[in-house]
Design a protein around this ligand. Structure first.
Ligand code: 13P
Length: 255
């Protein structure tokens, strides 16, 4: 187990209307109210739910931070449909997922786009949760480590940070997302350790030692403990199981 404080983040993806999101956030706040979580907790709802979930954080004193699932790098202007860093900050967002494989695959986001998003978020003081991960054919060809290392290097090109807590990485092998097929803790450790070595090259060894690297892909209450025992796995980015408050709270309590 690492000395870094664990972080459990829930990615709601395109689920929960505004009112459903408020209810889910309240259920989670209740489920976590019996004891203060030892891990950091982040909830990433769709954009339109952010304000409502922020209300729950503020008024119910809920023990989780607010994250978005995407951002655009320009500060303002004629970019129909996009959301800026300042807009996210104006509703209390402190984390933002970037580079998720669903955005890379379905919306053709490139490493260069992700690099711009990463720089814009850091400049705005929002913590990027930078996602990486290989498809099944890449793993079958045993190219997964090189593939992920290249993604991280590209996303962090020209990036420097002063504090390790300014950045979070999430390793999410695509073949394990929403499939029920999890990577083994050893699979996750192999890639997360390589990510940390890459961070040392990109950001310096001291910073790399403190950056949290999460695992994501069919993580659930029954399997999270095995991942968290690994030296270079510092938490989880949770999809499906984050939509059930009791499951997500159980994962937080195991962290
Ligand atoms: P699942 O936990 O549903 O596999 O999703 C993982 C994920 O993509 C989180 O970002």
């Amino acid at each position: 187990m690492s000395s870094r404080k664990h972080l459990i983040a829930g990615n709601w993806k395109m689920n929960e209307t505004y009112s459903e999101g408020v209810v889910l956030a309240q259920e989670l706040a209740n489920a976590l109210s019996s004891q203060k979580p030892e891990a950091d907790v982040v909830v990433c709802p769709p954009f339109v739910d952010l304000k409502g979930v922020q209300g729950v954080v503020e008024f119910d004193n809920a023990p989780f931070a607010l994250g978005a699932q995407n951002v655009y790098w320009e500060p303002s202007g004629a970019f129909t449909g996009e959301i800026s860093c300042d807009m996210l900050k104006s509703v209390g967002t402190t984390y933002c997922i970037i580079g998720h494989s669903e955005r890379r695959d379905y919306f053709h986001e490139t490493d260069a786009d992700i690099n711009k998003k990463c720089k814009a978020l850091l400049a705005a003081g929002i913590i990027p949760i930078l996602c990486c991960g290989e498809a099944e054919d890449v793993r079958d060809a045993k190219q997964h480590v090189e593939f992920v290392v290249a993604q991280i290097k590209a996303a962090l090109e020209g990036v420097s940070i002063k504090d390790a807590n300014e950045l979070v990485i999430a390793y999410e092998p695509i073949w394990a997302i929403g499939t029920g097929k999890t990577a083994t803790p050893e699979d996750a450790e192999e890639v997360c350790a390589a990510i940390r070595e890459t961070l040392a090259t990109c950001l310096g060894a001291d910073i790399a030692e403190g950056v949290r690297v999460l695992y994501g892909g069919s993580a659930k209450p029954g399997n999270i403990a095995g991942f968290l025992e690994k030296e270079n796995v510092d938490g989880a980015l949770v999809g499906g199981a984050s939509l059930v408050a009791s499951d997500f709270a159980e994962m937080v309590n195991r962290a």
